[in-house]
Design a binder for this molecule. Sequence first.
Ligand code: ADP
Ligand code: NI
Length: 216
Amino acid sequence: MKEQEIIEETIEFVKKTLADTEKGHDWDHIHRVWNLSKTIAKKENANMFIVEMGALLHDIADPKFHDGDEDIGPKTAKTFLENINLDCKLVDEVIKIVENVSFRKSFEQKFKSKELEIVQDADRLDAMGAIGITRAFHYGGYKNKKIYDPGIKPHNNISREEYKKEDSPTINHFYEKLLLLKDRMNTKTGKELAEKRHRFMEQFLEEFYKEWDGKE
Ligand code: ADP
Ligand code: NI
């Protein structure tokens, strides 16, 4: 199969697999991360095919929705890639991205590649800016969390375990994760794109508190 055919087959597989998923992690998220990954990869020196495949498969099975099973994503991706007879060296490189891309995994990340860095940046950028704000409140609504509670302070230096069982209001998620992402970008291009999205979130919060207090 040609690379383009493999990409198209992968798109079909991902759309089908994610059809019933929670809507913050659905095909639209994958589509945005795929596009952003290509935007970043064009400016960085990386293998575009690996970047595209990693981006398309990066959330194929989120542990949050599979009883915390962290192996199910890489396993699902591997089975698919072996079924379409992708060269095993390429399978390995793509699987490494699926295994290591998530924020949770980054607490103990050992593997490094330019392609992983790019997909990780794109995934993090999609948690920032206007889209990131929307996704956070969508997730909070899905979990029936409070929007904001001035009496519950955000945790600093949140640990991996705390992150997994996090149950605080959605506004706290900005301080626990979203506002930290800017300084965790890997690539130069990712850093540049993150600046604007970061500022937008800061402006949003400023406005939010004013409205919360009924000042404006
Ligand atoms: P990753 O896939 O990188 O591990 P997550 O699955 O934790 O990231 O997050 C996916 C999306 O859901 C992000 O937009 C994130 O901001 C949002 N989200 C995750 N946890 C929370 C939370 N506790 N409160 C609000 N939004 C959350
Ligand atoms: Ni993602």
